[in-house]
Design a protein around this ligand. Structure first.
Ligand SMILES: O=CC(=O)O
Length: 328
């Protein structure tokens, strides 16, 4: 698997998928003298068969949007750390990791500003119809049909409800404050030292918001948090932006609301069954979509890949992880 004889003694770090950072920027940026990679994705064997054959001495996983559950961990008895290049940890079975004493290091703060920029971009696009105008010009309609007539809606003065005021949510709030919006939020609990109004439920927040920006993790508690009642509370003029996980919204209900004009629009970077996207959304000019790429910039990929490597090096040197995820 591309390793020299001298490498053979190094501890093995499993790659289930090829991390985007490696695929885009080149694996050579992410090698280490302290460990070597075992690449499951290069094998033609199904993952579990591969792990049954090769997983016995693997000590760590470098995960990137891959499922790590009990059935995977059962085949990796020596694994004690997972360094993931994701901010969201919904694909890792956290209780199972805790039970087995497996530490987790995640992307920490690496993506926060990029995702926040992107969320603001989606919101402005939906409100001001940038993508729709772009299509209009590129399809040659300006000359044939005249000026683009549907009016957008002003960002300044909008009431923004942030769902999940963690690192990313906070960056979104700061940016939109600078645009002249007012901010309120819902989180598991009110954040000490934060002056934005806190709402106990997303439904109350939605009722007081012109746009909801979803920035929370996907957990059992947040699955379908944005449901029929929340969408009704957001109302006909309301906009949803989702840079969290598709499962945070009841997608079928959102599609119905968008088609029937029960909410005004949506900016969506994530979907419940991605890469599948509800086909009804393809036709809607008030919906802006992207393929789960809010986190990705050249810089963030480089930084997150290097962070994962440094976390693994810290682990193999018996030093504290740099971005250890503490499950509370
Ligand atoms: O959405 C991407 C991530 O969680 O890293």
């Amino acid at each position: 698997m591309g390793s020299s004889a001298a490498d053979e003694d190094l501890p093995q770090v499993l790659l289930i998928k090829n991390p985007p950072a490696f695929a885009v920027l080149g694996e050579e940026h992410f090698t280490s003298p302290k460990f070597r990679y075992l690449k499951a994705f290069e094998s033609s064997l199904p993952l579990h068969d591969f792990l049954a054959a090769h997983g016995g001495s693997v000590r760590a996983i470098l995960a990137s949007l891959s499922v790590v559950d009990a059935s995977v961990l059962d085949l990796l008895p020596e694994v004690r750390v997972i360094a993931t290049t994701s901010a969201g940890l919904n694909l890792l079975d956290l209780p199972e990791c805790r039970r087995r004493g497996i530490k987790i290091a995640n992307a920490g703060d690496v993506y926060s500003t990029d995702v926040a920029d992107y969320a603001v971009g989606l919101l402005i696009d939906v409100l001001r119809k940038i993508s729709a105008s772009n299509r209009y010009v590129k399809q040659g309609f300006w000359a044939s049909k005249g000026d683009y007539y549907p009016l957008g809606s002003k960002l300044r003065g909008k009431r923004i409800g942030i769902v999940g005021l963690g690192r990313i949510g906070y960056q979104v709030a700061k940016r939109l404050e600078a645009f002249g919006c007012s901010i309120a939020y819902n989180s598991r609990k009110a954040k000490p030292g934060v002056s934005y109004p806190f709402y106990q439920t997303v439904q109350e927040l939605a009722a007081k918001s012109d746009a909801l920006v979803l920035c929370c993790g996907l957990t059992q508690q947040t699955r379908h948090l944005v449901n029929k009642e929340v969408l009704a509370a957001l109302g006909k003029e309301g906009v949803i932006v989702n840079v969290a996980r598709g499962g945070v919204i009841d997608e079928k209900e959102m599609v119905r609301c968008l088609m029937e004009g029960e909410i005004a629009g949506a900016g969506l970077d994530v979907f419940e069954n991605e890469p599948e996207v509800p086909k009804e959304l393809m036709e809607l000019d008030n919906v802006v979509m992207s393929p789960h790429c809010a986190v990705r910039t050249r810089e963030s990929l480089m930084e997150v890949g290097r962070l994962a490597v440094r976390n693994l090096e810290a682990f193999f040197s018996n030093e504290p992880l740099l971005s250890e995820f503490e499950d509370d």
